[in-house]
Design a protein around this ligand. Structure first.
Ligand SMILES: [Zn+2]
Length: 248
């Protein structure tokens, strides 16, 4: 039997029996971890409140085996809040729907329990912090998170240089299978031809250029969100269910 300590973001909390919950976390060192939190529904314990979705927490786990993941679900034995992002997120519909889509996406990309997904973890923490602070439109924070999540999982899109031959941008023809824009020579049937402004926006979201993204006209936000959703759908076998609730 072993004790483990890790910090993580609560992705989900499911009922287990009368009083317990199964908590799904994306942790810094162990990737996705599911653990049992006992008695959190019976008492109005701070322990339970700390394990709500969106919370960034420091958790001590008690595992039956020598690994955290593998021999039955570990127990959460101690929880400290690092940042309670849930508060400012669940009270605002736009933030809540964007945040929910982030949690679902993070879980899908970190599907294998116990397998570290450090970059995905860092992206999620950063995106929740930005979302909770309310500094940018929620759907932009979501789209930036989705594009970067795709990138750290090997599906980085190109929005300027040709994704096939590398020709300097701007290029106009957007192809999902090619992973970005294509030049006139490389274009294939079925390319979308988004507005140049939309491609600038998507490049800005991917690189973290908020000044450009915030100043972009809303109609390009909408076109950009459509392309991001289609690109995400292309790479994830099943779509992200919560995406349909996101306000555009
Ligand atoms: Zn080309």
């Amino acid at each position: 039997m072993s004790l483990f300590r890790d910090d993580g973001v609560v992705l989900r909390a499911q009922k287990l029996g009368e009083a317990d919950r199964i908590i799904t976390l994306l942790t810094r060192q162990h990737g996705k971890v599911r653990a049992v939190a006992r008695g959190v529904r019976k008492t109005k314990s701070k322990f339970g409140a700390r394990l709500e979705p969106f919370s960034h927490v420091d958790v001590q786990f008690f595992s039956r085996g020598s690994e955290l993941v593998g021999r039955g679900l570990p127990l959460c034995t101690q929880v400290e809040t690092i940042a309670p992002y849930g508060g400012p997120i669940v009270t605002d519909y736009g933030r809540y729907t964007a945040g929910t889509a982030m949690l679902e996406t993070a879980e899908r990309f970190a599907e294998n329990e116990g397998e570290p997904a450090v970059q995905q973890y860092l992206l999620l923490v950063g995106a929740l912090r930005t979302l909770a602070a309310g500094l940018h439109e929620s759907h932009l924070v979501l789209d930036a998170f989705l594009l970067r999540s795709l990138a750290v999982n090997g599906y980085g899109a190109s929005f300027t240089d040709c994704a096939k031959c590398g020709l300097d941008g701007p290029n106009r023809f957007f192809s999902l299978p090619a992973g970005g824009v294509l030049c006139g020579d490389c274009r294939v049937p079925g390319c979308a031809v988004p507005s140049p402004e939309t491609l600038v926006l998507l490049g800005a979201l991917l690189s973290g250029d908020w000044q450009t993204a915030d100043a972009c006209e809303p109609r390009y936000w909408r076109e950009g969100s459509g392309l991001v959703a289609a690109y995400l759908q292309w790479h994830l076998e099943r779509g992200i269910r919560s995406m349909r609730y996101v306000e555009k």
